[in-house]
Design a protein around this ligand. Structure first.
Ligand SMILES: *Cc1c(COP(=O)(O)O)cnc(C)c1O
Length: 384
């Protein structure tokens, strides 16, 4: 058995991915082209339910385009969970709007619908639920609250591929936009990249234009027959958020393996669940009937009875050559958000408490069974 360093995360890249990237390099079409288009079509048919999908160069870019497309602007408020990555909130600032931070539910660590409802003002225009670790938020409640208050819903689904909520894949619910991430440590990867998904053709059309410099492809296409190929019109000051074919080449094959990746992750999570239920740990919440956890993360929380601190636990794990991480340092604790909005820990008691004791341990398909046993033994040694 290999006792070398076991990283917190490691991508599983197969020969098909490598061959497809080489094909792109040899063809000479390396930026956005046929492979990005194929990846979009494959992704949309994977989700089904008449969704449209467009590739972007990160989920952060996708969230920015999503908020822009639903019309968020200066003076608007957008409700976000504090228990997330800074992307979820920073995109709101890109548009001159203000993020409003809310606490999470005790077990799932997903956005608390009660806190969401309490945070709504007459400036609130949208809400960004985040499906933490790969378990869906209470979307029935969130959708009902959003409808009642005329709010747009943009799902940050960076962890939620493939997550099922009440029989429906995340990406197909009755919300406005869903954004997935293919960053290197996510459940499937393109190195860097993301996918913006919507059933609304107007949102897709707007996001497509803003994705590439505000160039109106529709106008271009319409007049194509009468004008030379070099002609285009810029209709907005857009962004540069397109995904290169070299990245899409990886995504095409990762997507084909996504369901088998999920089954492997779930098997590994079940092994952790079985062993750890005897230890003084709070384990991640499981998916309800008719739902599926994507198991992007496996976060454990040290019980109050445990004497070792979270920080020392991570140091002990690294002494045993095992990488861990913390998801998340709540946004209200980061200077940028804390200082701008004068945020106090007392407003987020659940997130505060979770953050003190939480550790994400390795869970990914490139791990062997022996790697997983190493993690289990290390945790037993530290806690028993
Ligand atoms: C990873 C992550 C993002 C950002 O994804 P990128 O593709 O790196 O931009 C956004 N939100 C959450 C919750 C994430 O974990």
């Amino acid at each position: 058995m290999n006792n070398g360093f076991l990283p917190f995360s490691f991508p599983e890249i197969g020969q098909e991915e490598i061959d497809e990237v080489v094909d792109s390099l040899k063809r000479g079409w390396i930026t956005t082209g046929p492979k990005a288009k194929q990846f979009e079509q494959d992704f949309a048919s994977y989700l089904g339910n008449k969704v449209q999908a467009i590739t972007v160069n990160s989920a952060t870019a996708g969230l920015h385009l999503a908020l822009e497309a639903v019309g968020i602007g200066p003076g608007d408020e957008v409700i976000v969970p504090t228990y997330t990555f800074t992307s979820t909130a920073e995109v709101v600032r890109y548009l001159g709007a203000d993020p409003v931070f809310v606490d999470c539910c005790k077990n799932s660590l997903n956005m608390d619908p009660v806190a969401l409802e309490a945070a709504i003002t007459n400036k609130t225009k949208a809400v960004i639920p985040v499906h933490f670790a790969g378990l869906a938020c209470d979307m029935d409640k969130i959708i009902a609250i959003a409808r009642e208050n005329n709010l747009k819903i943009i799902e940050d689904a960076a962890h939620a591929l493939p997550t099922i909520y009440n029989g429906k894949l995340i990406g197909t619910l009755d919300t406005d936009v869903t954004v997935f991430s293919f960053y290197a440590n996510k459940t499937m990867t393109t190195a860097e990249g993301g996918m913006l998904v919507s059933k609304d053709p107007n949102i897709i059309a707007r996001a497509k234009i803003m994705r590439l410099h505000g160039i109106s492809r529709d106008a271009f296409d319409r007049y194509q027959s009468q004008t030379p190929a070099w002609f285009y019109e810029v209709v907005e000051p857009g962004f540069k958020y397109n995904m290169p074919d070299i990245a899409a080449a990886i995504g095409i094959h990762q997507l084909k393996r996504l369901d088998s990746f999920q089954r492997t992750r779930e098997k590994m999570a079940n092994i952790y669940n079985d062993v750890f239920k005897k230890l003084p740990l709070i384990l991640p919440e499981k998916a309800a009937e008719n739902s599926q956890h994507a198991w992007h993360l496996y976060p454990i929380r040290l019980d109050d009875s445990v004497s070792i601190s979270r920080d020392d636990f991570i140091i002990e794990m690294s002494k045993k050559n095992i990488g861990c991480s913390v998801h998340f340092i709540p946004l209200h604790k980061h200077p940028v958000w804390r200082d701008r909005y004068n945020l106090k820990p007392s407003s987020f008691p659940v997130a505060e408490q979770a953050y003190q004791n939480i550790i994400s341990i390795p869970l990914y398909t490139a791990m062997t069974h022996n790697d997983q046993l190493r993690v289990i033994d290390a945790i037993k040694e530290i806690l028993l």
